[in-house]
Design a protein around this ligand. Structure first.
Ligand code: FES
Length: 142
């Protein structure tokens, strides 16, 4: 299984990056299937789905605000890249911070997880409200 969608080049602007505030349509449950992820570069969001449902987290690193992206695109690939919610999935170009597929920090310098946002699903359409943060374990059931 792989990450859904294109991975685009990033702006590495440290603190100048931010996740926009609002509710955004991010895809469908047909597009984002179990074990896949989609990165929305313009929204600084990654949307993923595991057996529990759909989740979304911001790509702004809690260390110094650089964007994270799928491992292999800007950081050395790991054997677990894009195949696991427990191994490394995304990493930070700033200073090499690493996170798993649910946005949980797996390697420093960051000491906290990526920020998770409220996901809603209506008629198979997935939206993310970046004005509402939620616990890492929260899922929108499909
Ligand atoms: S900004 Fe991400 S590791 Fe420093």
């Amino acid at each position: 299984m792989g990450a859904a969608g294109a991975v685009s080049a990033l702006g590495c602007g440290g603190d100048s990056n931010s996740t926009p505030s609002g509710t955004f349509a991010v895809g469908t449950t047909t597009e984002i299937t179990v074990g896949t992820w989609k990165r929305l570069a313009d929204k600084h969001l990654i949307v993923g789905r595991d057996a529990g449902g759909v989740f979304a987290f911001g790509t702004i690193c809690p260390h110094e605000g650089f964007d994270v992206d799928f491992e292999g695109s800007q950081c050395p690939a790991s054997p677990n890249a894009r195949t696991s919610t427990t191994g490394n999935l995304v990493c930070c170009s700033g200073h090499g911070g690493r996170f798993n597929g649910t946005g949980v920090v797996t390697g420093g310098p960051p000491t906290t997880n990526l920020t998770h946002y409220k996901v809603t699903i209506a008629s198979g359409n997935i939206s993310v409200d970046t004005t509402v943060t939620v616990p890492v374990a929260e899922r929108a059931t499909v």
